[in-house]
Design a binder for this molecule. Structure first.
Ligand SMILES: Nc1nc2c(ncn2[C@@H]2O[C@H](COP(=O)(O)OP(=O)(O)OP(=O)(O)O)[C@@H](O)[C@H]2O)c(=O)[nH]1
Length: 593
């Protein structure tokens, strides 16, 4: 059985130490150069078994007992979920396993959660690297690279503190549906996620982290890594035009192998291209690189897993994030062309329905954002690759007329063309731009909620306020035409031009004007005593001193308040509102229904 090396990615929140960890892992390899060292790939670094063995020391013995020994690990050089989302594969991810970096002193942060969601949706197993242990207050520096040893050398209170921090992570993960434990307490690696405390800065914990990664892949990922009867395929991570090389694509080869004589089948936006590589390139080892401009060496073939560069004039317009198949005969070419065509159909969206317009830089980001929008039940009318153009804005304008919240463009890591910008400004079309997936969606959702709240506030402000007030004894200023008398607002806010009723539910009229100290006021709050004028009634006939009145919202307004705005009433207003409904329903059973 031939097992390839697993592809490892690093994810985590900004500043959690992802790059430092990658540097440290690569540095491990550099130190281990004599024993094999790392090999630099395109976009990835390869740590061979020898290097891992040297780093892990006595821990490696256990790993050797496995029948399915991996020949090393291939670590993707760029951390973060943007590259991860591009490492896509049918029904999952091209990444075999992930390291989720968590800052020990900060715990889970927004992008940690986001990374986890993406790992979950692509079903990628992961290990938690609890980084920056050296920053735990009182942490004692030690010479060992093994975290289990370093922990033993700490004062008891530090050990307790670290344990507490580990349990915080265990707690958070359990809320999210995962069982986890410090790796040295894990009983079953299949059901529990291993948490490995490390310091990317000092390097402590790296041997254990590598040992856990290799152990997990050897034990549980043999099927994925077994190369028997696997189709040869890779993922396009970047497409460039390079001096001296022309059009190139950086590829992570996931399975199988690629030879210069092979045919490659890969997606453009509107077609499938079938071509042969003009050159397959790998980085030159540092000591062979005499001229820094001459960074690559041509090779005849490469085996998975690997990061490589292909040069071919036909690669212009190839989509980053698309799968690249390697065919050795005509039947394969046909099969892969069909596969790519159907894959493209499922990724792009173009419908007549109302929904947001989404433009992304790569297929991977497109797929991830579509998935997240669907999860937050945001309809999509169009999802495509490329800059935002004038047509996108025109389409959005039409959508905005039907639904203001859907008439927007979400632009992920793409340019807005000048005419699109102009059109969006003149048509007041909102464009949300971002380079971080979760903040693009969060910002859009936040705007929708804020806008809905503002809209609600405006509607609520137009409704009859809920209030109760009392005609004060001895305060009759004028009997009729209009009747003017003193009142005290007992509950809520009373306003001018508001209908009111007595406690039997009989409509008396409109509060015409309110005056406080002989000055007209538009409203009076609970506790205030003001003069109130009402047209068309006579004191002593329709109303009497010491009588209690209620504002009287028409039935359709009362219905709206019940359905949408109860939370905007104070508990006293709610009580009064219920009284109003009770009084009115005695007269009109359909009131507020
Ligand atoms: N004390 C200490 N500092 C660390 C450790 N790891 C990373 N740092 C520091 O934390 C900061 C962020 O580290 P990076 O490696 O750049 O973090 P990142 O997650 O790659 O950050 P982004 O690329 O911005 O997402 C840097 O100042 C690092 O020096 C560690 O183990 N201990």
């Amino acid at each position: 059985m031939q097992i390839r090396q697993p592809i490892v990615v690093v994810l985590g929140h900004v500043d959690s130490g992802k790059t430092s960890l990658l540097d440290r892992i690569r540095g491990t390899g550099v130190q281990g150069r004599e024993a094999g060292g790392i090999t630099q790939h395109i976009g990835a670094s390869f740590l061979p078994t020898e290097t891992i063995k040297e780093t892990c020391g006595p821990l490696y013995k256990k790993l050797q007992e496995s029948e399915n020994q991996v020949p090393g690990i291939l670590v993707i050089d760029t951390p973060g979920h943007e590259v991860f989302t591009n490492l896509r594969a049918r029904g999952g991810s091209a990444a075999d396993i992930a390291i989720l970096v968590v800052d020990v002193n900060r715990g889970f942060q927004p992008q940690t959660n986001e990374s986890l969601k993406i790992l979950q949706s692509r079903k990628v197993p992961f290990v938690v690297a609890l980084n920056k242990c050296d920053q735990i207050s009182g942490w004692r520096k030690s010479d060992t690279k093994f975290i289990t040893q370093a922990i033993k050398e700490q004062d008891q209170f530090i050990q307790t503190d670290l344990d507490q921090k580990i349990y915080d992570v265990v707690g958070t993960l359990s809320v999210l549906g995962y069982q986890s434990e410090a790796f040295y307490r894990v009983k079953d690696f299949k059901s529990e996620i291993a948490i490995v405390p490390i310091s990317a800065r000092s390097g402590v914990g790296i041997p254990e982290l590598l040992a856990v990664l290799v152990g997990l892949t050897q034990q549980y990922l043999q099927k994925r890594l077994d190369q028997k009867e696997k189709e040869s395929r890779g993922i396009v991570l970047e497409v460039n035009e390079e001096i001296g090389l022309g059009h190139t694509a950086n590829i992570i080869l996931i399975d199988g192998s690629i030879k210069k004589t092979d045919t490659i089948v890969v997606a453009k936006r509107d077609s499938v291209i079938i071509t042969k590589p003009k050159a397959i390139l790998l980085p030159k080892p540092l000591d062979e690189m005499r001229d820094p401009r001459d960074k690559f060496k041509p090779v005849q073939s490469v085996d998975a897993a690997a990061g490589l560069k292909i040069a071919s004039p036909d690669l212009e317009g190839v989509l980053p994030g698309s799968t690249l198949y390697i065919a050795s005969n005509e039947d394969d070419v046909k099969k892969y062309t069909k596969l790519i065509e159907s894959e493209m159909k499922s990724v792009f969206i173009d419908t007549e329905t109302n929904g947001v317009v989404l433009k992304c830089d790569t297929i991977g980001s497109l797929e991830a954002i579509v998935e997240m929008l669907r999860r937050s039940q945001v309809p999509i009318s169009k999802a495509d690759i490329g800059p935002v153009n004038r047509r996108d804005i025109m389409e959005t304008r039409a959508i905005k007329e039907n639904d203001r919240h859907l008439g927007v463009v979400l632009a992920f890591n793409v340019k807005i063309l000048p005419d699109a910008k102009e059109e969006s400004e003149s048509g007041h079309i909102k464009i949300f731009e971002d380079k971080i997936i979760y903040s693009l969606i969060d910002n859009y959702n936040a705007w929708v909620s804020e806008d809905t709240a503002n809209e609600d506030d405006a509607i609520f402000a137009e409704l009859t306020p809920i209030s109760k007030f009392t005609f004060l004894k001895g305060y009759v200023f004028r009997n009729t035409d209009p009747a003017v008398f003193g009142i005290r607002v007992d509950v809520g806010t009373l306003k001018q031009k508001i209908p009111f009723m007595n406690k039997d539910g009989r409509k008396i009229g409109l509060v015409h004007q309110l005056q406080l100290d002989k000055k007209t006021v538009t409203s009076a709050k609970a506790g205030q005593e003001v003069a109130c004028s009402v047209q068309g009634i006579t004191i002593g006939r329709q109303i009497f001193e010491e009588e209690v009145f209620y504002t009287f919202p028409p039935s359709h307004e009362a219905k709206k308040i019940l359905a949408k705005f109860m939370h905007k009433l104070s508990s006293e207003e709610q009580e009064i509102f219920n009284e109003i409904i009770e009084i009115q329903r005695k007269k009109d059973a359909a009131y507020a229904y």
